[in-house]
Design a protein around this ligand. Structure first.
Ligand code: PLP
Length: 486
C-alpha cells in the first residue's frame, strides 16, 4: 500500500506542478507540522503519513483521500486471490483526450460541487442549440414505423436523400448502394478503418486531427502517419510534407474539411493537389466533411470527391453538427470514384455493416427531412447568427490576450489558438490545461489531444453564448497575466 500511495502522491504532485518544497510551504501556511524528511519519505514510499497529514495532502492536491491512500488499488490487488482484468493491448497506443484525463478531473471537481465551464467538446445541445422543430416532429411521427432493423446500410428514403445531396455537391456516380448510414460518423470511421487495415499499413492523417481518426487507424492495427497542416498558410495541408510521408505501405489519405480543430476550409487548388497525390500513388481518399454546412461568409465547400471521379473516395458526413442532434447518432459514408479497384474492400465494408445489423432507425428517419428544404443552420452562421457572432468574438478576444494568437476559423465551432511557449515557459501543454482547470475552472483540450506534436496550442469550442465566452476570456486573460510553467 505504501508504494501505491507514493505513486499516487507523485502523480498528484506532478499534475498540480508541486515540488516537495511547495507542500512544505503550504503546510506551514496552514499551521501543519510537516518536516522535510517526512515528505521525502512519503514520496519515496518509505512511510504513509498519519490521517491529518493525509487529509491535508488530499486537500491541497485536490484529489480523493481514498485514492491518495491507495486503498482502492490495494484492495483490488489483495482481491481475495481473484484475477485482474486488463484492457486489451490493442488500446495501448490509442488516445482520445477529448474525453480523457483532464475531463475526468473536471468531472471530479463537479462532483465536489465546483462549476466548470466546459469548452472541450463540440456538443451543441448543452449550449442552448436545439434541433429544428420539423425534425423533431418528423421523428415523432415516424417512431412507430422504426421498431424493426432496417437494411444494414440504412433506410431507402435516407440513402436517397444522401444520394441527392452528393449529386448537388457534384460528386459523380453515387448510387444508393454506395451509401451506408451509421450511428454517427464515429461508427463509420471505425468501421472503414477496420475493414481496410492490416498490421503495419500506413494512413496519412492530419496533424492536428480530430483524434478519432488516429485512434481508429491504430485500433485497426495500422499506423497513423501525421502530415502537417500549416498555421502560416491558414492551416491548409502542407502538400510537400504529405509527399515526403508517402511510401509503399501508405494506403490512404485522410482529410478533415472543414477542419476540427482549426476551423480551416480548404481551397479547391489544395484539394486538387491532394487528389493528384492520391492518383499518382494509388491511395484511397477518406474525406470527413461533417462541418460542410457550417461555413461562414457564404464561402463554398468543395467536396474532394467531386474533383476525383477516377480515385476511390469515401466521404463522411452527418447531422450531429448541422442539425444540432449529436445525441441522435446519425451519420453516413458515401463511396465514389473508381469502385472497381476497391471491390474486395467494399466486400469487407459490407461484412462489417451487416454484422452491426443497422444503424439507429429513428435517427435515419429524419435524414430526408433534414437534408431537404430550408437549412435552418444558416441562421446561425450569418452575421447576427449565434455561431457567427461567437466566432467573431472569440477570435478577437483571444488575439487580444498577450501571448495568444489565433487564425480566424472559416467554418465549424472550434478555434485552435497558439501559446507563446517562451513567455509562459510551457513545456507540457496537458499540464497547462490541468492548471487552467484547477485555477480558473475552465476545461479545454491541449494540442496534444489532437495529435499536435508541439506543446503550443489548445482548442476552444466556442458554442457557449457570448456572455459566457466573455467570462471565460476574462478568466483566461487573468490566468495568462501571471502563468509561468515551472
Ligand atoms: C471532424 C469530426 N468527425 C466526426 C465527428 C463525429 O461525429 P458524429 O457525432 O457523427 O459521430 C466529429 C465530432 O466532433 C468531428 O469533429
Amino acid at each position: 500500500m505504501e508504494n501505491i500511495f507514493a505513486k499516487n502522491l507523485s502523480q498528484a504532485m506532478k499534475a498540480k506542478g508541486y515540488k516537495q518544497i511547495d507542500l512544505l510551504n503550504l503546510a506551514e501556511k496552514k499551521g501543519i507540522k510537516l518536516g522535510k524528511s517526512h515528505i521525502s519519505q512519503y514520496v519515496s514510499g518509505k512511510t504513509i503519513p498519519r490521517e491529518p497529514i493525509l487529509n491535508f495532502l488530499a486537500e491541497v492536491l485536490e484529489v480523493d483521500l481514498n485514492w491518495l491512500k491507495g486503498k482502492d488499488e490495494a484492495e483490488k490487488k489483495r482481491g481475495n486471490g481473484m484475477k485482474e482484468f486488463k484492457k486489451s493491448m490493442k488500446l495501448d497506443n490509442v488516445l482520445y483526450d477529448v474525453r480523457g484525463p483532464v475531463v475526468e478531473e473536471a468531472a471530479r471537481m463537479e462532483a465536489a460541487g465546483t462549476h466548470v465551464l466546459k469548452l472541450n467538446i463540440g456538443n451543441p445541445a448543452p449550449f442552448g442549440f436545439s434541433a429544428p422543430d420539423e425534425v423533431i416532429h418528423d421523428m415523432r411521427s415516424q417512431l412507430i414505423d422504426c421498431e424493426g432493423y432496417s437494411h444494414s446500410k440504412g433506410l431507402f428514403s435516407a440513402r436517397k436523400a444522401i444520394m441527392q445531396y452528393m449529386q448537388n455537391k457534384k460528386v459523380p456516380g453515387v448510387t444508393i448502394d454506395d451509401i451506408y448510414t451509421g450511428n454517427g460518423v464515429s461508427e463509420l470511421i471505425n468501421l472503414s478503418m477496420l475493414a481496410l487495415l492490416d498490421s503495419g499499413d500506413e494512413v496519412l492523417v492530419p496533424s492536428p486531427d480530430y483524434p478519432l481518426w488516429t485512434a481508429c487507424v491504430t485500433l485497426a492495427g495500422g499506423k497513423a502517419v501525421h502530415y502537417i497542416c500549416d498555421e502560416q498558410a491558414e492551416w491548409n495541408p502542407d502538400i510537400e510534407d504529405m509527399k515526403k510521408k508517402i511510401n509503399d505501405r501508405t494506403k490512404a489519405i485522410v482529410i478533415i474539411n472543414p477542419n476540427n480543430p482549426t476551423g480551416a476550409l480548404y481551397p479547391k487548388e489544395i484539394l486538387k493537389e491532394i487528389v493528384e497525390l492520391a492518383r499518382q500513388h494509388q491511395l484511397i481518399i477518406f474525406a470527413d466533411e461533417i462541418y460542410d454546412r457550417l461555413i461562414f461568409n457564404d464561402e463554398e465547400h468543395v467536396s474532394i470527391a467531386s474533383l476525383a471521379p477516377d480515385v476511390f473516395c469515401v466521404t463522411f458526413s452527418g447531422l450531429s453538427k448541422s442539425h444540432m442532434v449529436a445525441g441522435y447518432r446519425v451519420g453516413w459514408m458515401v463511396l465514389s470514384g473508381n469502385k472497381r479497384i476497391a471491390a474486395d474492400y467494399i466486400e469487407g465494408l459490407n461484412m462489417l455493416s451487416n454484422m452491426r445489423l443497422c444503424s439507429n432507425v429513428p435517427a435515419q428517419s429524419i435524414v430526408q427531412t433534414s437534408l431537404g428544404g430550408y437549412q435552418s443552420v444558416k441562421n446561425y452562421i450569418v452575421p447576427g447568427g449565434r455561431v457567427y457572432e461567437q466566432c467573431e468574438y472569440i477570435y478577437k478576444a483571444l488575439n487580444d490576450i498577450p501571448g495568444i494568437s489565433a487564425v480566424k476559423p472559416k467554418a465549424g465551432f472550434y478555434i485552435f489558438p497558439k501559446l507563446d511557449v517562451k513567455k509562459f515557459n510551457i513545456t507540457d501543454d496537458e499540464k497547462f490545461t490541468f492548471d487552467l482547470l484547477r485555477e480558473k475552472k475552465i476545461l479545454l483540450i491541449s494540442g496534444k489531444g489532437f495529435n499536435w506534436s508541439q506543446p503550443d496550442h489548445f482548442r476552444i469550442v466556442y458554442l457557449p453564448r457570448i456572455e459566457v465566452l466573455e467570462e471565460a476570456v476574462e478568466k483566461m486573460r487573468d490566468f495568462f497575466s501571471y502563468y509561468k510553467q515551472s
